[in-house]
Write a protein that binds this ligand. Structure first.
Ligand SMILES: [Zn+2]
Length: 292
């Protein structure tokens, strides 16, 4: 589950004096995080001041504190890491780094990307300036304010007669199927977006929408909002563009599934896991192989 940990306290302005506890440096290049193998798993740079004095940085943002220690997000000017360190994708770090620091790394990734893409005003082209009282960049000429961008995505698990609807997008790894998902469009409610996406992608109608859970997905700035639903009518037919195949699967015939890091995986595992008050045929978690 990729999320900010409870022990993380966001802030805009860094400490004015060098803090007693050293800071964690979430150093990013090309969307990847700088890490190093250590005695207790993967390490992040830990130092009171920027630890690589000769390494130029493109931007630096203070994020707040995790377990009382300051956290900085930095984008380096070159992607060449110091000896002993490597850049790795956040997806590749899943289960190899604790969820707390990975959650903060997800925010670092989104904010660095946003900061890079909002150096100039989208309205008049003037160079923007960071605000001290909120996470935003303001244009000094026309006062337009740019906030970090979030793109809402709805995801829905549709079930019918003991089977779950899973579908393949062209970009998925071979053999992998997942629940349906799509971006919310301007003016839509989440419910409208689900009805539209399901009808567009596989040609059916759904009913009994229920909220399930949400998750940050910083690739590059999505907020996944998951729902469950029941089939209501229509003939299953993949649109051939966004979805190349869609099928109803019983729990005993599950295909390859998306990464356990994803909201989709949780939504599918929840279906496969027996719940009180609902008969289920699955023996527990971990059904189906996964590929990311
Ligand atoms: Zn402006």
């Amino acid at each position: 589950m990729l999320m900010l940990p409870d022990d993380f306290h966001p802030a805009i302005l860094p400490p004015t004096a060098i803090a007693e506890s050293p800071a964690w440096w979430f150093i990013l290049a090309n969307g990847q995080l700088l890490v190093r193998p250590g005695d207790e798993g993967l390490e992040l740079p830990l130092a009171s001041i920027w630890p690589f004095a000769k390494w130029p940085t493109a931007r630096r943002l203070y994020l707040g504190t995790l377990w009382g220690q300051p956290c900085y997000a930095v984008e380096t000017a070159t992607g060449e890491p110091p000896p002993g360190w490597t850049f790795e994708s956040l997806r590749g770090l899943w289960t190899r780094m604790d969820e707390e620091r990975l959650g903060v790394a997800g925010q670092a990734l989104q904010l660095i990307e946003w900061d890079r893409n909002h150096q100039f005003c989208g309205q008049c082209g003037t160079a923007t300036q960071p605000r001290a009282d909120e996470r935003a960049r303001r244009c000094p000429a026309c006062e337009l304010i740019a906030y970090p961008r979030l793109s809402p995505v709805v995801m829905v698990r549709v079930v019918h007669a003991g089977r779950i609807l899973l579908a393949r997008a062209p970009r998925f790894a071979a053999g992998v199927y997942s629940v349906l998902a799509g971006f919310v469009e301007a003016g839509e409610t989440l419910e409208q977006a689900i009805h539209r996406e399901v009808a567009e992608e596989v040609g059916i109608q759904v009913q009994n929408l229920r909220y399930f859970a949400s998750q940050s997905w910083p690739f590059p700035h999505s907020l996944m909002m998951a729902f469950t639903a029941d089939y209501a009518g229509g003939q299953l037919q993949a649109d051939g563009q966004e979805i190349v195949d869609a099928r109803w699967f019983t729990p005993d015939e599950m295909p390859g599934l998306p990464s356990p890091m994803s909201m989709a995986w949780r939504l599918i595992q929840d279906y496969l896991t027996p719940h009180d008050g609902r008969s289920s045929r699955a023996e527990g978690e971990g059904r189906g192989s996964f590929a990311s």
